[in-house]
Ligand binder design. Structure first.
Ligand code: KIV
Ligand code: ZN
Length: 507
């Protein structure tokens, strides 16, 4: 979670982190690195919450090497059932000279002091040699040996900048395994970035060379090009056990649900061709492949879609379904909703879509749940009415009516270069908060002519980015919902705004 959230524009709210954390537990991960507490009060709160509330999973938190950073990190972490204090120091000459301005000897001394200080606080300490793959490997060995002597219980070999090739990375891991005194008594971990697209391959090579911990992220999100994808590593190990002779504790049927949750909360769309969790990962298009599939599934499938949470039941619900059936169905999908108000909100969204679609699939229901997840913060405005005129002739025009959190109805209209632009202009006239739209993605959530369209956007205001998501059978409505979603998130965090030109109406 910590490195995943380092993805540009991917920051999560506390509620989102907790929800993802709970899902990671269902997924069966053994360690959740919940944050970097000394860098932000939000991370401190998230680490402290998960440490106090989550059981049967190790909670890790990253810390810089300074004593006050380690103490602050420990303060957030200390109530965890199994706390893991993770600290990091770079070992490459580039980092030592250009960033840390130290000598190698000073760095070895710093490692010894840092790990001893951390071990006086915490029973489990992980030590990472940042930029290990661009470091002199004998120096990596020396620093890892120092960390182990000082009490580290896990040592981590990161490919921080995604520079290594799989064979090369494997050699570095083996070199450390063969030459670091005491390495057999600690857990050895790898942590690979994807700058050259080798993060999963490098991590798996680490497993082949004997490491037992892989640090990875759902959907491969993370700093720059991201981290190794959890779902790719898990399914490679499971599908090719004959090759790797290793497996994980991961409950793979939860992979897709986890991927969708992370994608929705971070506003990062999963490409259709993404391995394991992409929308096309089990779609067979060419005649030759379809012919093979109809004769025998294994001709073109190496994994079963249901084993990773893809596929499953389809036409189960329709517009005549009542609350009982919907509640039951949600339960079968693993989404038990206890709060009646939350359920009612979901049920009303279901009814709206069921009125316009013949069949409601699990994917439609998941889209409704994702939309709700996006609204897990204060709703200053709600879209009450939207009317758009557009076509080949004339100027696109939109009228919108928004309901405020204190029940007022505000109405305005605007012209635009296109229908979505007109809608956004009309909303701007009411909400009146300066922002710039930096990303706008439309995707089809379900199949068919009555498909649900999903719109994911990003807006920026006062140096902060906010994502928004909406889905509807009408793509203009989905675009309006996505914008309202992002604006509400912005207002929740930054405040401000308020009607400037809008007319208050009675309805
Ligand atoms: O990429 C990296 O080196 C890290 C360390 C903190 C492990 O994220
Ligand atoms: Zn990293």
């Amino acid at each position: 979670m910590r490195d995943g959230e380092q993805a540009a524009g991917g920051a999560l709210t506390l509620e989102e982190k907790i929800e993802v954390g709970r899902q990671l537990q269902k997924l069966g991960v053994t360690v959740i690195e919940a944050g970097f507490p000394s860098t932000s009060p939000g991370d401190f709160e998230a680490v402290q919450f998960m440490s106090r509330e989550f059981r049967d999973v190790e909670i890790a938190a990253l810390s810089g090497f300074k004593e006050e950073q380690l103490s602050r990190t420990w303060e957030a972490l200390q109530d965890a059932e199994t706390p893991l204090l993770h600290t990091v120091i770079s070992t490459s000459d580039i980092h030592i000279d250009q960033q840390l301005h130290m000598t190698r000897a000073e760095l070895v001394e710093l490692t010894d002091h840092t790990v001893r200080f951390a071990r006086n606080l915490a029973p489990h300490v992980e030590f990472s040699t940042m930029d290990a793959t661009r470091s002199d490997r004998d120096f990596v060995v020396e620093v890892l040996a120092t960390a182990i002597r000082a009490g580290a219980t896990i040592v981590n070999i990161p490919d921080t900048v995604g520079y290594s090739m799989p064979d090369e990375f494997g050699e570095l891991v083996s070199y450390c395994m063969d030459n670091v005194p005491g390495i057999d008594d600690v857990v050895v971990s790898v942590h690979c970035h994807d700058d050259l697209g080798h993060a999963a391959a490098n991590s798996l090579t680490g497993v082949m060379r004997g490491v037992t911990q892989v640090e990875c992220t759902v959907n491969g999100v993370g700093e720059r090009a991201g981290n190794a994808s959890l779902e790719e590593i898990v399914m490679a190990l499971r599908t090719r056990q004959d090759f790797y002779e290793a497996d994980t504790t991961i409950n793979a049927p939860e992979l897709l649900r986890t991927s969708r949750m992370v994608s929705a909360h971070m506003g990062m769309v999963v490409p259709p061709n993404k391995a394991v969790v992409g929308g096309n990962a089990f779609a067979h298009s060419s005649g030759l492949h379809q012919d093979g599939m109809l004769k025998e599934r294994t001709t073109y499938e190496i994994m079963r879609p249901e084993d990773v949470g893809q596929g499953g039941s389809k036409i189960v619900l329709g517009k005549t379904s009542g609350r009982h059936a919907v509640r039951n169905h949600l339960k079968e999908m693993g989404a038990e909703i206890e709060d009646d108000r939350v359920f009612e909100d979901i049920f009303q969204s279901f009814k709206r879509i069921a009125d316009r679609k013949k069949e409601i699939t699990d994917r439609d229901i998941e889209a409704i749940l994702e939309d709700r997840a996006h609204r897990a913060f204060h709703q200053t405005y709600e879209l009450d009415l939207l009317q758009v005129t557009c076509g080949t002739d004339g100027i696109p025009t939109a009228t919108v009516r928004l309901k405020t959190d204190d029940g007022k109805m505000l109405e305005d209209a605007a012209l635009g270069d296109g229908p979505v632009h007109a809608v956004y202009q009309a909303i701007n006239r009411i909400v009146n908060v300066p922002n710039v739209l930096t990303e706008f993605t439309v995707s089809s959530v379900t199949e068919g002519i009555d498909a649900l369209g999903g719109v994911t956007i990003k807006i920026e205001s006062r140096g902060r980015a906010f994502t928004g998501h909406g889905s509807d059978t009408d793509i203009i409505v989905a675009s309006a919902q996505a914008y309202m979603n992002a604006l509400n998130r912005l207002l929740d965090v930054l405040g401000g705004g308020g009607p400037a030109e809008a007319e208050t109406v009675s309805v």
